[in-house]
Design a protein around this ligand. Structure first.
Ligand SMILES: [Zn+2]
Length: 168
């Protein structure tokens, strides 16, 4: 199960292709710092579509459950991911940079001949992370008190967001 599915972005979009599958949580290196456990899978579905302006795009949906650490009680917090994202393909970074900034502008992604599905899915999972994961109401977790010093640390998600931004 260690295959690495890749797609040719423009070809996939033009053909209206679809691909569905599962990826183990252990295959996302950028998530490992925030996961309490990397057991389990996420399922994804990718469809080649066109956006409202006729541009080749990828419609990505990602579903799964991540086990995060509650920053208040340090217990396990189950984070359900149900993400839908339209990624409008671009032929070059210059095309992305030329896009006027708009609140409702779709996400752009650089098309490639061998786009790794795993990375598209991983980006989506990272974007879905809460900035400071917390239970709405914490239960008593006396076993968490031995690592109380964690509370003072800054959110590990801040670093992840920084990594995401580097790509854009
Ligand atoms: Zn909690």
């Amino acid at each position: 199960m260690s295959h690495q599915p890749v797609i040719d972005g423009f070809e996939f979009a033009s053909a209206g292709a679809t691909q569905e599958g599962k990826l183990p949580l252990s295959s996302f290196p950028r998530l490992q710092d925030v996961l309490v456990s990397d057991a389990g899978d996420v399922t994804y579905a990718l469809r080649g579509v066109r956006d409202g302006r006729g541009r080749p795009s990828l419609q990505l949906s990602v579903r799964g459950t991540l086990q995060l650490r509650c920053q208040r009680c340090l217990g396990v917090l189950l984070h359900e991911v149900q993400a839908e994202q339209l990624l409008v393909l671009a032929a070059s970074q210059a095309e992305i940079d030329a896009e006027p900034a708009a609140v409702d502008a779709p996400d752009r992604v650089l098309a490639g001949k061998e786009m790794a599905l795993r990375e598209l899915v991983e980006d989506e999972l990272i974007l879905s992370l809460p900035y400071a994961p917390r239970h709405e109401e914490c239960e008593a977790h006396p076993e968490g008190s031995d690592s109380g010093s964690d509370r003072a640390r800054s959110s590990p998600f801040a670093g992840l967001r920084g990594m995401m931004q580097r790509k854009h």
